[in-house]
Design a protein around this ligand. Structure first.
Ligand SMILES: NC(=O)C1=CN([C@@H]2O[C@H](COP(=O)(O)OP(=O)(O)OC[C@H]3O[C@@H](n4cnc5c(N)ncnc54)[C@H](OP(=O)(O)O)[C@@H]3O)[C@@H](O)[C@H]2O)[C@@H](O)CC1
Ligand SMILES: Cc1cc2nc3c(=O)[nH]c(=O)nc-3n(C[C@H](O)[C@H](O)[C@H](O)COP(=O)(O)O)c2cc1C
Ligand SMILES: Cc1ncc(COP(=O)(O)O)c(C=O)c1O
Ligand SMILES: [K+]
Length: 533
């Protein structure tokens, strides 16, 4: 009992994902012709910008709890070619950015957008086609990040510039053994060799008709979509900022251009993005300072948490029946696991925490009432050891009443990014009042008051009822005095008689190792069985 409580008070959990490190590169090679352009005069072409109602752009800090915004295109600002070029120059002039920095952040946004939708387990072979300008540079940076994310990128970069930023990016890719392929060595039909094609050919400075060799490369991208009915799986096309070949403002006005599956708009979408009909429109380039947002009246979605990208536009329509992941994991073998399931749980729990998972200690708790009617909900594990697994709740809640009618329960953990599931079953008992008191007073005072206010699982006439009582008690205890634990609030401990450790494997041939408690000659011990998946 003691050791559980010790853990309760000393365990710390990593709740927040770490932000990716911001790359720094001090080189500046652009001649800054841009200083005169930053003025606060209204722009003649502001009619293109959706009026800002309640500016959704959050430039100070971010909420780690925010849900990724999925917006109608009407709520997002679109930039003309001129505005895009002006913002570029303003950022790299009076606002003190270097092109290296912006390109690094842009390329990182592209790579993270790809990783949100196209997982490396299924879409590992990436061809990045890079054009001669900064759009091509974004492609080079994205390819480097994709390599580090576990993809296998190749680059086609036919018109290289001699500037040090670009030669540096090429050297970096070379040091990672990322192959460069010439246009001649690329297969005419790209469908068999690649899962993703990153179109980083032209950005917002594209004009006229594409010249060789890019005309041919764009034609190959178009023919991928024309062959869609003949090839079993064509690569997806991800366009950086502008689908190459499209007019920057009018888009694919003649309808014969490439049709990307994903568009990653940078800074803010350009007008052509209004014509984008693919399933995945993302925004990247999380570096817009308030001066730029205000001057251009930018209405943009907020980035969730520490993310470098955010989905814009409508969420894609999905065929739920086709949603599936093919798990690929190291094997889970009988001779590699601990003989004691609590130690095995400790090992997996620590690995889940180390992997950066949020709320590793969140678990589904299933109970049944006297009529054997089951009921599940999430609770937080607050400690575990050989004596059992502990969580806290209201004893008069639905789960509390179920557990008094049938003191047996099942716990379930799912650690998605590790392809792991753990099931634990056994009898349940209340922990001692002293242990509950101890834990209750370790919680934030607001949560202590919340526990008094909430007659958990009872019907409440409205949120205000909870709030009013919460306010009242907050004032009452504002002197810092001890907030008494409600009698009906405390911990439960499940003492396991069964564990199952599940590790997802390809073709649904998962590993399942079940530990059951068996009695032999008056002693109980754990027996491990492999179960069919
Ligand atoms: N804050 C921002 O805004 C940020 C912007 N960023 C990125 O920068 C991109 C804009 O970059 P950019 O200005 O270098 O232009 P981009 O379109 O890549 O290339 C121009 C090159 O293409 C050539 N070219 C043009 N037309 C052609 C044709 N028909 N056929 C053949 N070639 C043609 C042209 O040659 P020229 O015509 O001048 O001889 C020149 O060499 C932007 O979209 C975004 O991706 C991010 O990195 C960071 C933040
Ligand atoms: C991630 C997560 C953790 C939760 N942790 C707890 C908890 O530790 N204790 C608790 O009483 N409720 C917790 N809740 C709320 C429960 O899921 C549930 O809504 C509440 O306990 C009432 O359940 P019942 O009516 O079945 O008793 C949590 C919810 C979530 C989503
Ligand atoms: C109703 C309720 N009670 C208790 C908890 C556990 O909170 P704590 O970590 O403060 O003990 C939660 C967590 O979500 C909860 O929602
Ligand atoms: K592009």
């Amino acid at each position: 009992m003691r050791s559980v409580m010790r853990r309760v008070t000393t365990m710390t959990f990593s709740y927040f994902l770490q932000s990716p490190p911001l790359p720094t590169s001090p080189k500046l090679f652009f001649s800054p012709r841009q200083f005169s352009l930053f003025s606060l005069l209204p722009l003649p072409n502001q009619r293109f910008i959706t009026p800002s109602h309640s500016s959704r752009l959050r430039l100070r800090g971010f909420s780690t709890k925010s849900i990724p915004k999925m917006q109608d295109s009407g709520a997002v600002s679109y930039l003309t070619h001129r505005e895009a070029a002006e913002i570029d120059e303003t950022l790299m002039g009076p606002l003190g950015f270097t092109v290296d920095q912006l390109m690094e952040l842009a390329g990182l946004s592209v790579a993270t957008s790809i990783a949100e939708v196209y997982k490396p387990s299924e879409y590992s072979r990436v061809l990045t086609i890079c054009g001669p300008g900064n759009n091509g540079g974004d492609g080079l940076v994205a390819a480097r990040h994709l390599h580090h994310f576990g993809y296998k990128p190749s680059i086609c970069y036919p018109k290289r510039t001699a500037k040090s930023l670009y030669t540096g990016l090429v050297t970096q890719l070379g040091s990672l053994s990322v192959p460069f392929v010439s246009v001649d060595d690329l297969p005419e039909d790209l469908s068999n060799n690649f899962d993703v094609i990153v179109d980083a050919i032209f950005g917002f400075s594209f004009h006229g008709a594409p010249r060789p060799p890019f005309d041919d490369l764009i034609r190959r991208l178009m023919s991928l979509q024309n062959n869609e009915h003949i090839v079993p799986k064509r690569p997806v096309i991800v366009s950086v900022d502008i689908p190459s070949g499209w007019h920057v403002e009018e888009g694919d006005h003649e309808g014969g251009g490439i049709k990307p599956d994903m568009l990653v708009s940078l800074t803010a979408p350009k007008l052509c993005a209004k014509r984008f009909c693919g399933p995945h429109h993302f925004l990247g380039g999380r570096f817009v300072p308030p001066q730029v947002a205000e001057k251009y009246k930018l209405e943009l979605p907020s980035y969730p948490g520490a993310s470098m990208c955010v989905r814009i536009g409508k969420p894609p329509k999905v065929d739920i029946s086709a949603m599936r992941v093919n798990y690929v994991s190291p094997e889970l073998l009988e001779d590699q696991v601990e003989t004691d399931p609590t130690l095995q749980f400790r090992k997996w729990f620590d690995e889940a925490v180390a992997s950066g998972l949020r709320e590793t200690n969140a678990m589904a708790l299933s109970t049944t009432n006297k009529d054997r009617k089951p009921s599940s909900r999430m609770v937080l594990l607050k400690g575990f050891d050989e004596n059992g697994f502990v969580w806290f709740t209201n004893y008069e809640s639905k789960k509390g009443s179920d557990l008094s009618e049938n003191p047996c329960a099942a716990l379930l953990f799912y650690w998605e990014s590790l392809n792991r599931q753990v099931r634990i079953e056994g009898p349940v008992e209340r922990i001692s009042e002293a242990e509950s008191e101890n834990y209750y007073h370790s919680r934030p005072r607001g949560s202590q008051i919340g526990a008094i206010v909430s007659k958990q699982s009872s019907v409440v006439p409205g949120r205000h009822v909870l709030y009013d009582e919460y306010e009242e008690l907050t004032i009452k205890y504002s002197d810092g005095s001890v907030i008494p634990k409600p009698k009906n609030w405390g911990g439960f401990r499940l003492k396991p008689n069964l564990f199952e450790f599940w590790q997802g494997q390809p073709s649904r041939l998962h590993d399942r190792l079940q530990y059951s408690l068996q009695d032999a000659n008056g002693n109980s011990g754990w027996i491990i069985h492999r179960l069919a998946p």
